[in-house]
Write a protein that binds this ligand. Structure first.
Ligand SMILES: [Cu+2]
Length: 161
């Protein structure tokens, strides 16, 4: 009886804890380590989303991220934020340099992968595949974890497009 109760509470604990496991997932393939690929949930009717991750180039040579694809969106664009005349604006980038032995962070308010025309809103707790394309290295497919994240005003630019 006690054993059964322990198992049940363990399972409940696991269910509650499960979303947090997403925070720690990472992938090491080829020269790259991809850490915590995630996207913010999107409200109903929102056409676009944004994904974030950290890419570490563990190799000895420079490479570049040249794009990404996912079945969850019509296309993926690399976006960065830039200050021009004291105004922060979002700009599409062709590629992101990945120097050897350095980490590049895609984060809210900075570099991000813009998911254009989502097939459906991103639901918290959901996971979906996204394939990163490199100039030299092989493609790497990661699971993007959809999370609540922290509310950031910056994200409003996604609604405007
Ligand atoms: Cu964007």
């Amino acid at each position: 009886m006690i054993m059964k109760r322990l198992v049940v509470s363990f399972l409940i604990g696991l269910a509650l804890f499960y979303p947090m496991l997403g925070w720690a997932h990472d992938y090491t393939e080829g020269n790259f380590k991809i850490t915590h690929p995630w996207a913010r949930f999107t409200p109903p009717g929102s056409p676009n989303g944004a994904a974030y991750l950290v890419i570490e180039n563990k190799g000895a040579t420079p490479d570049r991220l040249i794009g990404a694809v996912t079945p969850r969106a019509a296309k993926v664009e690399i976006h960065g934020h830039e200050m021009t005349d004291d105004v922060m604006s979002m700009r599409q980038r062709e590629a992101v340099d990945l120097p050897p032995n350095e980490s590049v962070t895609f984060e809210t308010g900075g570099l991000h992968l813009m998911l254009i025309k989502l097939t459906a809103p991103l639901k918290e707790g959901e996971r979906f595949p996204l394939t990163l394309k490199f100039e030299k290295g092989d493609d790497i497919t990661v699971d993007i974890a959809v999370e609540r994240g922290v509310e950031v005003k910056m994200d409003q630019h996604h609604q405007m497009e």
